[in-house]
Design a protein around this ligand. Structure first.
Ligand code: PMP
Ligand code: GLN
Length: 383
């Protein structure tokens, strides 16, 4: 492995999922649902395969039906208008969207200000692009993890090219407020920064929290690359269909990279995701409600088991503090947990440059059937 990537070995998700398989433990580590998305959407994929739609290379930017559906989704949910021909790009999951955006927009040595803890592919993608990551740490405050706007402002230097934002935020479950997002937007405009915003959990917000896309703020539409994913929104993480919406020159840049990473994304699934995006509002409401019920089961179970629980306002993850259990090293705790309790979780430290700051935090995924969450909670209480 070259020097740029030497620090990135196997991702924690692969390591922990392998541990779950090896021990037979309940896997609340890697974030993937244990129930597939809507049957009608699966049927749409089968139909596309059978009818020979997308079985050969689809168009590089994505099939027109899907690009139109993505633009329709941004308009329906956020009032954001994008031209499907020039302002939408289909990617191989959000992961490729992130990598291609950073590879397209960074010069070697450019600084990227990113929220910490950060989703693991951010650090690797910044490194692949030759950029330097500058983390701004979300800190525990009042039952959640909060962004300090002064720290964010102080992190921007003359070398900063781009802000990399994630809301709803993995792994903390923080949903940035309208006021926080407005401040981020003002900073981006004032310092003339590009913004890449990972909004893959856009439909998973709870307790009255609201997801507000950064692109909706004044001066932001032209400088913001917004990323979404069918894996998260429709529970098809194996399909690897994601997307980018942005101004034409930004989409053109990201597309230039995408064509040499994967060239195109898998064809038949694109037709199915186009149908999924057109599902009525009730789909999105039911999806949110079912995840909320699961959050409450797991959060209550973890609290009863003695964890300090940071109740997430979004995503399908709950971050805990293990210190009330007399533990302080999340890595050691997660490596032992499958044997000790038959449950797999992820140490948040892997999402920090400052591993010390992340050490006591452990993330559990609640995108699992209710009976699975109850069983996991039972095991943790008995540990
Ligand atoms: N961003 C965040 C914040 C995520 O949690 C994930 C994990 N699914 C991704 C991006 C990657 O999404 P995809 O599976 O569509 O590549
Ligand atoms: N995004 C999911 C998580 O945070 C997993 C994605 C992956 O395995 N790379 O757990």
């Amino acid at each position: 492995l070259n020097r740029r990537l030497a620090e990135f070995g196997t991702t924690i998700f692969a390591e922990m999922s392998a541990l779950a398989v090896a021990t037979g433990a309940i896997n609340l580590g890697q974030g993937f649902p244990d129930t597939d998305g809507p049957e009608e959407v699966r049927e749409a994929a089968v139909r596309a395969l059978r009818d020979g739609r997308g079985n050969q290379y689809p168009p590089g930017p994505g099939v027109p039906e899907l690009r139109t559906a993505i633009a329709g989704h941004q308009l329906r949910h956020y009032g954001l208008s994008y031209d499907p021909d020039t302002e939408v790009l289909v990617t191989a999951g959000a992961t490729e969207a992130i990598a291609a955006s950073l590879l397209a927009l960074l010069e070697p040595g450019d600084e990227v200000v990113a929220l910490e803890p950060y989703y693991d592919s951010y650090a690797a993608s910044i490194a692949m692009a030759g950029g330097t990551r500058v983390p701004v740490t979300l800190r525990p405050h009042d039952g959640g993890f909060r962004l300090d706007l002064d720290e964010l402002r102080a992190a921007v230097t003359g070398r900063t090219r781009l802000l990399l934002v994630n809301t709803p935020h993995n792994p903390t479950g923080t949903v940035l407020t309208r006021a926080e997002l407005a401040a981020i937007a003002e900073l981006a405009v004032e310092r003339d920064l590009l913004v890449v915003t990972d909004e893959v959990y856009e439909h998973l917000v709870f307790d009255g929290a609201e997801h507000v896309p950064l692109a909706t703020f004044p001066g932001m539409r032209e400088r913001t690359v917004t990323i979404g994913s069918a894996g998260k929104t429709f529970s098809f993480t194996g399909w690897k269909v994601g997307w980018v919406t942005a101004a034409p020159e930004l989409v053109r840049a990201v597309r230039s990279v995408k064509q040499f990473l994967t060239y195109v994304s898998s064809g038949p699934f694109q037709y199915a995701v186009a149908e999924a995006l057109a599902l009525p509002d009730s789909y999105f409401e039911d999806f949110r409600r079912s995840m909320l019920a699961r959050r409450d089961i797991l959060a209550a179970g973890l609290a009863e088991a003695g964890f300090e629980v940071f109740r997430p306002a979004g995503t399908y993850f709950v971050t805990t503090d293990i210190r009330p259990l007399g533990e302080k090293d999340g890595f050691a705790f997660c490596r032992a947990l499958p044997e000790r309790a038959g449950v797999v979780a992820v140490p948040n430290a892997v999402f920090y440059d400052d591993r010390e700051a992340g050490a006591p935090f452990v993330r559990f995924a609640f995108c699992k059937r209710e009976e699975v969450l109850r069983e996991a909670a039972q095991r943790l209480r008995a540990m």
